[in-house]
Structure formats: C-alpha cells, structure tokens
Design a protein around this ligand. Structure first.
Ligand code: NDP
Ligand code: 2IT
Length: 449
C-alpha cells in the first residue's frame, strides 16, 4: 500500500534515505504510516509539531560491547543493544531478543512496534526493545549465565523500574531473565521490579508465561465471534514452538480448535490427531531439543525439513508465532488457496507487505501483531503493578484481566477503523488507536523529545 499523504511521505522518504540499510525498521515504519493519512489530515497539530518526524526516531539508542568467557576459556565478544524509543505514556517497556541475526534494524523495528502495542494495552508503558547477536542455542547454562551477567553489567546503567523495564523475547526466557535479574540486584543492591517475566519465586506474575499465546487466542476469538465464527472444530497452524507458540496451541485447543502443524527454524511437524502442547513443552522447555524429536513421542506424525512449507498445510486458521517476515507472498497465496479464514499474528511483523496485501485482498480476517500479541506485554504491566504493591494475584485474576484487555483491544481497533471510514480494517484500526494515545501525550508534553 502507498503512503497517501505528502507530509507522511516526506518523513518516510527522509528516513529511507538516512537508514537505507535498515530494511526491517523501514518496513515497520511504512506499515504504520500507510494507515495514518486520515488522522494526520484531521489534526493539523500533528504536522505543525512534526509528531511523525519525532515518533519514528528513537529517543535514545544504546549499543555496547558484551565480552564473555566460553567453556573453553576463550574470550568471546557480542554486541548488545537497547533502543529507548518513546516514553510519552510511561517508562520504556519491551523485550530483549538474543539471536545470531539481531542487528540495529531488527531492534528498531521491534521498538517501533512496541510503542503502539503498549499504548493499545491501555497501561502506562512507553516503547523500547533490546537484545544481542548472542544465541543461547547450543550454549551451556554456565555460558549463558556469564553472557547474561556481562550484558547486564552494562545494561544496568540505562534501566530501572521507573525508567526502562525489559523482558523476554526470542531466545530470552525464564533462565535468561533469572540470570540478568540476579546480576542487576547484585550491582544495585536493590530489589525492584526492573525486569518482567521473572520466576514465580522472586516476583514474577502467574500467567505471564502463558500470556502472549493465550492473549493471541482471546483476541482471535473476539474477532471470530464478531464475524459469527469461533475456534470450534477449526484446524490450526501455529508456527514456531517457543513461548508464544506453546501457549497459543494450549488455548486454541481449549477453545475447540485442533493444532495440526508446528515448527522450529529447521522444519515442521504435521499431526492430524492434533499436537499436544505438553509434548512440545517437554521438547522445548525441558530438553531444549529440536521439533523433529516429536516423532519419538508420536511416531504417526510427519516431519518435513525446512520451516517455510508449513503454510501449505491445509487449515482454517493460521497463527504465525515464530519470527518476522515468516509469511511471504507465496505462503500467503497458499493460505488463501487452502481456504483459510483468518491470519492472527502472534509474532512481531510475521507477514511481509506483499503477504498482507494478498491476505487482505482475499478478504481474510487479519490482525497485526501489535494488537493480537499485546497480551504478553500487558501481563508484564500487570507484573509491574503487583511488584509495586508488593502483592501477587491468582492465576485466575491475571488471566481474567488479560482476557478483558485483549477484548478491549479488539474493540478499540474495530472502533478506530470505523471512525476513520475503514470499517473492518483491524490493521488500520490498531495503528490509529495506538498512535492516537501516544500522539495526544506528545502534544501535551511539548517539544521535549
Ligand atoms: P522463543 O525463543 O521462545 O521461540 C521462538 C520460536 O520461533 C522457536 O521455535 C524458534 O525456532 C522459532 N524461530 C525463531 N527465529 C526463527 C527464524 N528466523 N526462522 C524460523 N523460525 C524461527 O520466542 P518467543 O516465542 O518468545 O517469540 C516468538 C515471536 O513472538 C517473536 O516474533 C517475538 O518477538 C514475539 N513476541 C513474543 C512475546 C513474548 O512475550 N515472548 C510477546 C509478543 C511477541 P528455533 O528453536 O529453531 O530457534
Ligand atoms: O514483543 C513483545 O511484546 C515482547 N516481547 C514482550 C515485552 C514485554 O515487556 O513483556
């Protein structure tokens, strides 16, 4: 889709010239600016105060060296990042990604998305993201601990419970959060809720582990219900097999769906009887093994090498839960040809622009990650609240709040789309509703960032 407003186009063209090599970041910015023309045209203050030119640049970017010693005694060096994108509505908030392909473009795209996602939760959280090109896969626990301690030794200078509150993302789960939290506490001699996704024995929230996957299904369910449908009896693809994917499988199954296919970065499995999320928990959370070993537990299932073919498996609902740009135009055409009714994003920016055009063009239901995967960060916000009041809520309390938040996000997106004459366009609605809140706060606070 084109950016059909001269001001928005001008901002984008400047950015594209300045950061020509940052393709993921430019893709994320373009996707938002494509949908904001009607908002910008109704409020002249946005252009007068150059809100768009300001919102697309991070408030602060921190890049640092992370040295650590491997099990052979060799000194290794990785790069660490924290992009503090926008603090208009609250402290910077967003995950840390540890993966070999991490670079500034990927962290900036994630941080940019996070601004609007966090605004949609209705909780007071600004946008940020960080990470490293360190990949915990294949490393020993001791190596991961030494890396996390070194990473936090620098990060500690930039974060705090009222400044910036990191959490997990790809490659950062309970183990990594625990090591980083321990080091933060040692360096500052203080116990604060500076990270979310903590273990339950030291301030974590019940249901945070499940929150992104559960929230995705609560959102999809609200969207399906609005269109007179449900998960009942539906065949589902859940790509990936990490934190988001495992609990998306659990909730989709509880809502009456059957998860036929899941994947990792090596390949995918197909089980016509439905994939039991508990088997994936054992493979991925306990053994840190490959999805191909699913056949050791369920010999009747099928394993296919290479992860992109998963989108050719005939299903009714697609829940991408692995990584960015995992659904390209070819994959989107395969989904449409198989009669899929909806694509609800669990991962951040899983669909390429060409894929989105195919999916929306064919009239499928489509929800962008910044709306449908907001349950993770929303529950992080609930973890921050519990830490502040020195209390912990029950699983049922947190889960009920999560469900309420996801249903409100769906309604906010649908209402914003309708208000600007784009009824039913949840993608545009998500961008507009998220932007509106941050824009109001930036206008009120003057030219401070
Ligand atoms: P995990 O590390 O737990 O799992 C990631 C999964 O995706 C693994 O199965 C991994 O396979 C697969 N994967 C990762 N990179 C690639 C790739 N380049 N190609 C193919 N497969 C890949 O991460 P999460 O489940 O936490 O995150 C998944 C997605 O959800 C990300 O986009 C993340 O940004 C997003 N997200 C996460 C939230 C959270 O709370 N954790 C909240 C909102 C969004 P392998 O095992 O082979 O690496
Ligand atoms: O992309 C995301 O929203 C996350 N990785 C979760 C961020 C958080 O702070 O819980």
């Amino acid at each position: 889709m084109a950016i059909n407003n001269a001001y928005l186009e001008g901002v984008y063209n400047d950015l594209a010239a300045r950061y020509a090599e940052q393709s993921e970041y430019l893709e994320a910015v373009h996707e938002v600016l494509e949908t904001l023309a009607p908002v910008v045209e109704q409020d002249p203050r946005i252009e007068e105060q150059n809100i768009i030119g300001r919102i697309v640049e991070p408030e602060r970017t921190i890049i640092f060296r992370v040295p650590w010693v491997d099990d052979q005694g060799k000194v290794q060096v990785n790069r660490g990042y924290r992009v503090q994108f926008n603090s208009a509505i609250g402290p910077y908030k967003g995950g840390l990604r540890f993966r070999d392909n991490v670079n500034l473009s990927i962290i900036k795209f994630l941080g940019f998305e996070q601004i609007f996602k966090n605004a949609l939760t209705t909780l007071p959280m600004g946008g940020g993201k960080g990470g490293s090109d360190f990949d915990p896969k294949g490393k020993s626990d001791a190596e991961v601990m030494r890396f996390c301690q070194s990473f936090m030794t620098e990060l500690v200078k930039h974060i705090g419970p009222d400044t910036d509150v990191p959490a997990g993302d790809i490659g950062v789960g309970a183990r990594e959060i625990g090591y980083m939290f321990g080091q933060y506490k040692r360096l500052t001699n203080s116990w604060t809720g500076v990270l979310t996704g903590k273990g339950l024995s030291y301030g974590g929230s019940l249901a945070r582990t499940q929150a992104t996957g559960f929230g995705l299904c609560y959102f999809a369910n609200a969207y399906l219900r609005d269109k007179g449908m449900s998960f009942e009896g539906k065949r589902v693809i859940v790509s990936g097999s990490g934190n988001v994917a495992i609990y998306a499988n659990q909730k989709a199954t509880e809502l009456g769906g059957k998860v036929i296919a899941m994947s990792d970065s090596n390949g995918y499995i197909v089980d016509e009887n439905g994939i039991d999320y508990k088997v994936i928990q054992v493979i991925k959370e306990q053994k840190r093994a490959r999805i191909s070993t699913y056949l050791d537990y369920v010999p009747t299932a099928k394993y296919v090498e290479g992860c992109s073919g998963i989108w050719t498996v005939p299903v009714d609902i697609a829940l991408p839960c692995a990584t960015q740009n995992e659904i390209d135009e070819t994959a989107a055409k395969a989904l449409v040809a198989n009669g899929v009714i909806g694509v609800f994003e669990g991962s951040n920016m899983p669909c390429t622009p060409e894929a989105i055009a195919v999916i929306k063009g064919a009239g499928l239901l489509y929800s962008p990650g910044k709306a449908s995967n907001a349950g993770g960060v929303a529950t992080s916000g609930l973890e921050m609240s519990q830490n502040s009041e020195r209390l912990s809520w029950t699983f049922e309390e947190v889960d009920a709040k999560l469900q309420g938040i996801m249903e409100s996000i769906y309604k906010a997106c649908a209402d914003a789309a309708a208000k600007y004459g784009m009824e039913g366009d949840i993608q545009a609605g998500a961008n507009i509703a998220g932007f509106q809140k941050v824009c109001d706060a930036m206008l009120a606070q003057g030219i401070c960032y």
